[in-house]
Design a protein around this ligand. Structure first.
Ligand SMILES: [Zn+2]
Ligand SMILES: [Zn+2]
Length: 159
């Protein structure tokens, strides 16, 4: 079972991040700090390409490959997570608080929400047979208000 590092709620806490890196034996390089900061500053669960585009403005020498590798490293260390959302590219989540997702099936937008009721859910017996459980997340799927407004009051198209 992994411990949850730097459980802060007040946005990007770079001091906690660099401290965490040192403890884990990861060098807190400028590139890593900028990638982490960019991800933590956003709530839209961006793709690696979007983070790359933003970080490149501050660090023009950075490559997309570095961004990918860094995000994967952060994910392995449990300081960010990956989001499965509709669409081709992987999306990343820098919100360290235990939370759940509303995912729009039309535009793929991912919104965070918090629920004590969902937090206290336990996985059923059947899941234990598949493997060790680290955490339980609830994913609510629907059509966001923006997409709903664009399509009028029509129900979502059936596949
Ligand atoms: Zn939408
Ligand atoms: Zn999230």
């Amino acid at each position: 079972m992994k411990t949850t590092p730097c459980r802060d709620t007040a946005g990007p806490d770079l001091a906690a991040f660099t401290e965490f890196c040192r403890r884990q034996g990861i060098k807190p390089t400028r590139q890593r700090i900028e990638i982490y900061r960019e991800l933590r500053a956003r709530e839209d669960h961006p793709s690696a390409e979007i983070i790359y585009g933003q970080v490149k403005k501050r660090l023009p020498a950075i490559s997309l490959d570095t961004v990918y590798r860094t995000l994967r490293l952060f994910e392995q260390q449990g300081i960010i997570s990956r989001v499965s959302a509709p669409g081709e590219s992987m999306r990343f989540d820098g919100n360290l608080q235990h939370h759940h997702h509303f995912i729009c099936t039309e535009c793929g937008s991912v919104r965070d929400f918090y629920s004590d009721a969902f937090d206290s859910l336990t996985a059923p017996e059947q899941v234990v047979e598949f493997g060790d459980i680290r955490s339980v997340h609830v994913e609510v799927r629907g059509v966001c208000h923006d997409c709903r407004n664009k399509t009028g009051e029509k129900p979502p198209p059936s596949p």
